[in-house]
Design a protein around this ligand. Sequence first.
Ligand SMILES: Nc1ncnc2c1ncn2[C@@H]1O[C@H](COP(=O)(O)OP(=O)(O)OP(=O)(O)O)[C@@H](O)[C@H]1O
Length: 279
Amino acid sequence: MAWDIGYFFPISLLPIPHSPLPLNTAKATLRLEQINLFTKLKTQLPGNQQGYPILQDISLEVFQGDRIAIVGSVGGGKTSLLRLLNRLIEPTSGKIYLENQEYHQIPVIQLRQMLVLVLQESKLLGMTVGQALAYPLVLRGLSKQTIEQQVSHWTEQLHIPSEWLGRTEVQLSAGQRQLVAIARALVIQPKILLLDEPTSALDAGTASHLMQVLTQLSQTHQTTILMVNHQMELAQMFCTRLLHLQQGHLFANQRVSEINWVELRESLIQAETQDDFGF
Ligand SMILES: Nc1ncnc2c1ncn2[C@@H]1O[C@H](COP(=O)(O)OP(=O)(O)OP(=O)(O)O)[C@@H](O)[C@H]1O
């Protein structure tokens, strides 16, 4: 796809970063040790001064190149786990390490160069699609040619047509916005990619294609991917490992060869039924 970034984003108008952010070359493994997350609600129960438990005693390790599906019934703590990993929120207790370095010792900007979170509702912040895709690369001080190559590569990979590049957020459907948000994360080639229900607004064909692109990405670049997904067939297609969160507890942490998908589906349906009817 041939397009000129200058058409969408006059480079001269872009902020020049004081020190360009390089693309990452470091390894990326994560370790969580006894993570607890409690949220203080205004209506706390008497005697429950800690607040409402969202995640409890989560310990796990994530290795480079892992493709992890995070599943569980609604409110199980899946999104909260991703938000913790991106430091949008802090744990109440416990520690998180990236490459053996404790999170608090890593400047947030450095952490987020390596690790990118794509939430379900991502905003283009008033930019066109072309501008939004180029912006993180401009911040990294890359050349115009490299930016155009990267954006072209990932828009092609995700089957994003060039007509979308001049559109703003309101001119995109929910599914189109979701694909653009994923492309914006992929252009910077993060070492760790955190995806919160990336296929919730996509049709079956596009969702399945996305799983193939992500699998290929992790195989060729050793990208570590953690993805929350309610669609078991997509999780099955994509993952090398599965985390099952149930009411804030890590109910299972299994390699793909250990997973009994039939039992897993049944246990998820059962948990949802219990949640719905308060059993
Ligand atoms: N900011 C917050 N304040 C209070 N409670 C919160 C907050 N964010 C999340 N929670 C609560 O934490 C629990 C876990 O929420 P989370 O969004 O992590 O679950 P989830 O597994 O991603 O759910 P879903 O599958 O529905 O997206 C829920 O009970 C939710 O109500």
